[in-house]
Write a new protein. Sequence first.
Length: 361
Amino acid sequence: SLKASRVVSGRGHGHALSLRRYTRGQRVFLTTASSTAVSQSKAAPSSSAAAAASPSSSAIRVRFAPSPTGNLHVGGARTALFNWLYARNNGGTFVVRIEDTDTARSTRESEQAMIRDLRWLGLDWDEGPQDGDEDNEIGVLGEKGPYRQSERTTIYQELAQQLIDEGHAYRCFCTDEELEAMKAEAEEKKLPPIYRGPWANATEEEVQAKLDAGETYAVRFRVPKDDRVEIDDIVRGRVGWDTNTLGDFVILRSNGLPVYNFCVAVDDAKMEISHVIRAEEHLPNTLRQALVYRALGFPMPTFAHCSLILAPDRSKLSKRHGATSVGQFKELGYLPEAMNNYLAMLGWNDGTEKEIYTVEE
């Protein structure tokens, strides 16, 4: 049987792909064909990190860093595939890191399911969690771990203290009620909801008095004013942000747990990640991460922000559009080779009519 439908990839890039699905018994195959050309801005040198510019360093290290809060989404699988291909093509290292600082939603069961799905796709990694014994314990491979963020809390706290000592961060004792009042005031004045609280300029005596009283605090990064941060993105070209659009942001919560953007910057630096290949929805996070890199004196990695997988209505692909997880496609009878081939071609081709590639190709 032959069924055809349209799957859209990319946001505002004028790119669509047709999906061809056919079955032989219980085995389901996918092929793709490009229906339109990708429209690129002059600043964007490529539409795919898989076809990225030649690396500037021989030590290529890339990572896939999922949050174990559910099943492995096809968008995450595509990101993992791009990183895996880039590492294997350049003789580099592919790292899997588990970003599980969301303690309310992260589960070990989701982590194990993601590992199984990556294994099923054939995306082996050089460093990160490894399959364990029959009790489903997960071991670790690599010398730059731990590879779960929940096990790296001491690292984050030490570096947060370093930022405080060097004046790049400070303790904020604002209560939730005070923060809500600041937000409401900003909305009333039609100002962006950025932090304008008093603790950025507090004296040592004021801070010590709060500490002596045993009051809890968050740690905020001190954003430099009237500055600009720019990166050369392999996919997007030159991208920049004005720091005045960003308020002082939290890097450690009042319970001592780190915040996403701080963890990511620290981990990528400590694990010596050379290329950060991820979805374009993470592009706004790059400003905060770049500021952390700079303040800690870490070298900046090369960034590549790839287009998202969108549904036919150009909204973000979600459960309401049908199967969205790798596990669901596996249960439907799709082959891992078919999934990899389709995901690799979703948002990129080599300018030919060829639809099916081997892993080596």
